[in-house]
Design a protein around this ligand. Sequence first.
Ligand SMILES: Nc1ncnc2c1ncn2[C@@H]1O[C@H](COP(=O)(O)OP(=O)(O)OP(=O)(O)O)[C@@H](O)[C@H]1O
Length: 272
Amino acid sequence: MATEFPLPPVLTYYPSSSSTPPSLITQGAEGRLYKSTHLASSRPCALKYRPPKPYRHPILDARLTKARIQAEAKVLDRCCREGVPVPAVYAMDAAAGWMMLEWIEGQPVRAGINVWLGARPETDEAIDAANDAHQTPLINLMERIGTVVGALHLTGIIHGDLTTSNMMLQPWKTTHTSQQQTNGEEAAAKEAAVQGDVVLIDFGLATTSSSDEDRAVDLYVLERAFASTHPRAEKLFEHVLEAYGKTFKKAPSVLVKLADVRMRGRKRSMLG
Ligand SMILES: Nc1ncnc2c1ncn2[C@@H]1O[C@H](COP(=O)(O)OP(=O)(O)OP(=O)(O)O)[C@@H](O)[C@H]1O
């Protein structure tokens, strides 16, 4: 895809004959995400660029952009060092508004879950978390989500915007086929859609905290996002929490706090 916007200068220079111009993947409110082979054709990378905002005072805008990029890169670095699955930071120029990250192959978890659920008849009842044996591959994914969020919280980082769009499913080298899903190509494709390693992305709103309350709010944000994005699978969210509860010593007390946070959330929505 041709780029429709000015690029940061670093990306208008192609260091090797095999590197191709970056292609725009998404354009959000704050920034743009390009896929690029700037470093090497065999090593695609994600270029996150926050262009100047004409509606902000230029000095304030430059300062804000720089601080946000630096903060996001710092959190990603820390996650990498501590073994939390996130894209590695390859390069950055915070003052120029960009950072270059490891490209994560695969699709967002949201899309994978939708492929899995999409194969069910429209008239289907909501999925019963405890008894639906046919959901094993999806349940396994939910558990992997809980484990990764637990690993993140253990490092003292709060994501701030956990959704199934801010998690990628990085395909496994070999596919694992469950006993339930051995009948046909369609079933195999459906199962493949929920396989892969969960990699967290978009740390633009991340903060550091080790308090039960902040961790519980992070989980609550994910719980609400999950319920509105995947309403039929809402009940399966308990598998995320169950796996989370096993990840570190204080995780069970975060889950107790989550009950409080939910209650407050409900009261607030009743009051309008
Ligand atoms: N490292 C990556 N590898 C592959 N795809 C990525 C990567 N980072 C982001 N993406 C894709 O780009 C999309 C947008 O990325 P991201 O959420 O980080 O940007 P954003 O929403 O513009 O960020 P912000 O909320 O900080 O403004 C993601 O949903 C994902 O599909």
